[in-house]
Design a protein around this ligand. Structure first.
Ligand SMILES: Nc1ncnc2c1ncn2[C@@H]1O[C@H](COP(=O)(O)OP(=O)(O)OP(=O)(O)O)[C@@H](O)[C@H]1O
Ligand code: SF4
Ligand SMILES: [Mg+2]
Length: 347
C-alpha cells in the first residue's frame, strides 16, 4: 500500500535498503527521505560506505531481483518505483532517469563497441536511423572530450583508458537527455580540465531540458557551487539537509563540521587536511546505539547521555534546514560561531 503521489518530481519516503549477509543484516540505507524538483541540483555527501551509491542504485531499480530488502517509497514524476515491476522500471532507464556510475566498467558491455552501446541506448528512446544515432554518438563522445571521436566510436571499452571509459559512460548517460541524472563521483578519475568540461556539460543539459540532477561525492568542495541543496549522509541516514548556504555558512551537525574541516583546499597540498574526522565510519551491521556518530563526536558528552541511548530525530531547525543531533540548537549555533568557524578560518 502506498500513499498519495507527491507534487515533487522526485521524492523518497523512508527508504530502507538492507542486505542479509552471513555476518548479519547490512543496513545500507536506513530511513532516507528527500525531495528534488526539476531544474534543481542536490548534492549528496558522506564518507565511504555511508549508503550514497546504494540509494541511487535503488532509485534506478538495479536491486530488483537481487537479495536486497527494500521498503519505503520512491516517487518519480508521479510513479512509485519500489512497488513497480523490474520490467517497468527498466523502461524508465535512459530517458526518464540515468546514472553515471562510479565504476565505468560495470555499466559498459565488454562485447560491444562504445559507439554501438550509445547508439542502442539512444535508439530505444528516439525513433531515428542508425546513421543519425551514430552521428549523435560521435557528437556526444566529442563533447565529453574523447579525441578523434569519429574513429574511437568503433573501439571496444577495453581499448579505452580508465578516464576515457568514464567519459564514454558519461556520453552514454547524457545521450538521451535524461529527466533525472544521477552522477556518482562523476569526476574523480578525470583530470581537472575534463572535470570542468563534464560538470559544464551536466549543467548545460540541466538548463536545456530542465532536468533534475543528483551529484554524489565524498568532497563537499565539488558540490559547493553546483548544488541548490545538500544532503549529508552518515551510516545510511541523513544527518543534515539544507541549502548550500545552510551547509556552508550555518552548518549545525558535528559531522558536517568535520566534512567542512576535511575539505581539500586549493592553497594546500591535496593530502593535507585541516581537521580530519577521527575514527572510522560505523559498521552498518552493528550500528552504534543512540547517535551513530557518537563514538567519533567531540560533543557527545554534551547531550545528557542521550548520544549513546537514543537515536536523534531529523528535525527542522529553520526554513527547511534539517539536523539530526541531540544538542540544543542554541548550543550547536554557538559552537559553530565561536569554536568551529573561527578555527576553520584561521587555519
Ligand atoms: N550487495 C550488497 N551486499 C551487502 N552489502 C552491501 C551491498 N551493496 C552495498 N553494501 C554495503 O552497503 C554500504 C553502503 O555502500 P555504498 O556503496 O552505498 O557506499 P557509498 O556511500 O557509495 O561509499 P563510497 O563513497 O565508497 O562509494 C557499504 O557498507 C557496502 O559494503
Ligand atoms: S547527538 Fe551527540 S553524538 Fe550525535 S552528533 Fe549530536 S552531539 Fe554528536
Ligand atoms: Mg559509492
Amino acid at each position: 500500500m502506498t500513499t498519495q503521489p507527491p507534487e515533487s518530481f522526485l521524492e523518497l519516503r523512508d527508504l530502507r535498503i538492507h542486505f542479509p549477509t552471513e555476518d548479519g543484516l547490512v543496513k545500507s540505507v536506513d530511513g532516507l527521505s528527500y525531495k528534488l524538483e526539476r531544474g534543481k541540483t542536490l548534492g549528496i555527501v558522506g564518507e565511504s560506505g555511508s549508503g550514497k551509491s546504494v540509494t541511487s542504485l535503488g532509485i534506478l531499480g538495479l536491486h530488483k531481483g537481487g537479495n536486497a530488502k527494500i521498503s519505503g517509497e520512491i516517487w518519480l514524476d508521479g510513479e512509485e518505483l519500489v512497488s513497480a515491476s523490474a520490467d517497468h522500471v527498466r523502461t524508465l532507464r535512459g530517458k526518464k532517469m540515468a546514472m553515471i556510475f562510479q565504476d565505468p566498467l560495470s555499466s559498459m558491455h565488454p562485447f560491444y563497441s562504445v559507439g554501438a552501446q550509445i547508439v542502442e541506448a539512444y535508439r530505444i528512446h528516439n525513433r531515428v536511423s542508425k546513421a543519425v544515432a551514430r552521428k549523435h554518438a560521435i557528437d556526444m563522445l566529442g563533447r565529453v572530450g574523447i579525441p578523434q571521436p569519429d574513429r574511437r566510436v568503433d573501439d571496444y571499452p577495453h581499448q579505452f583508458s580508465g578516464g576515457m571509459r568514464q567519459r564514454a559512460m558519461i556520453a552514454m548517460a547524457l545521450s538521451c537527455d535524461p529527466e533525472l541524472l544521477i552522477a556518482d563521483e562523476p569526476t574523480t578519475a578525470l583530470d581537472v580540465t575534463v572535470q570542468a568540461q563534464i560538470l559544464d556539460l551536466m549543467t548545460d543539459l540541466q538548463r536545456e531540458f530542465n532536468s533534475a540532477l543528483i551529484i554524489i561525492t565524498h568532497d563537499l568542495g565539488v558540490v559547493a557551487e553546483l548544488s541548490d541543496d545538500i544532503l549529508v549522509m552518515y551510516g545510511g541516514k541523513c544527518v543534515e539537509y539544507g541549502t548550500a548556504e545552510d551547509i556552508f555558512y550555518r552548518p549545525e551537525h558535528p559531522y558536517t563540521w568535520g566534512l567542512l574541516g576535511s575539505m581539500p583546499r586549493l592553497d594546500r597540498e591535496p593530502t593535507e587536511r585541516l581537521l580530519p574526522i577521527k575514527g572510522t565510519p560505523p559498521s552498518l551491521i552493528n550500528v552504534p546505539s543512540g547517535c551513530a556518530f557518537n563514538p567519533r563526536c567531540a560533543f557527545a558528552g554534551r547531550t545528557d547521555g542521550k548520544a549513546t541511548s537514543q537515536v536523534p530525530d531529523l528535525l527542522e531547525t529553520e526554513g527547511g534546514h534539517l539536523v539530526r543531533c541531540h544538542m540544543p540548537r542554541a548550543e550547536r549555533r554557538s559552537i559553530w560561531d565561536n569554536e568551529i568557524k573561527p578555527m576553520l578560518e584561521s587555519t
